[in-house]
Design a protein around this ligand. Sequence first.
Ligand code: 13P
Length: 251
Amino acid sequence: MRKRLVAGNWKMNTDLNDGFKLLKEILHNVREPELKDCDVHIYAPFTHLKIFHNSLNGSGITLGAQNCHHKEGGAYTGEVSAQMLTSVPVESVLVGHSERRAYCGETNEILAEKVTTALANGLNVIYCYGETLEERESDQHFDVVKSQIEEGTAHLTEEQWAKVTLAYEPVWAIGTGKTASAEQAQEIHAYSRKVLEGISSASVAQNTRILYGGSVKPNNAGELFSMEDIDGGLIGGAALNAESFAGIITA
Ligand code: 13P
């Protein structure tokens, strides 16, 4: 049985004051019984992590970062290493978000190294992948998804897979208000499990959580999360409002 997971990706939103206010509202809105059935993660900006760690202590909500560098350390001005995150401490990190692939030139090859470095430093990983609109319209979405999963994660051992969650986020659905239909998402999630079975094993394919991300809101989360291979969501815009975020967790 895969436990549900709802993760909020705050992206480059909120300064420290507004972020702290939002965190308090989330803590107020997310009820303890819900955390028994559903893991909740918050992926906050780097500047917020230490103070958020102190506030989340004992809440049952897991703290994560939105990125880390693929190298262990050294002359990479402005970057943050996996080990730095572990020292906060945060428990988890997003790897391969489409915004980083598109705007920061992160390739599958770099992402494979980043997954390894994050895991080696004791972090859990949410590995994101998904096709653009152009790729879907030209019927390349299955190939794109396959190569993003394979090239980023095929090197992982079964033991490492226990610390990795996948997140399918079709680029055309991110921040657009245009959600993939539950059937479209389910189709890719089921396909992703086949890819996992190919690169690892049937039990990894069965046990790995796969989240859906892209314009998830309280009113569409229930239908998406009811699909067999969808284990929860990676939430952008709706994670910046405590009531919406709580509504998605309830769904
Ligand atoms: P939205 O929920 O705003 O579409 O963003 C999804 C996302 O990119 C989460 O990582």
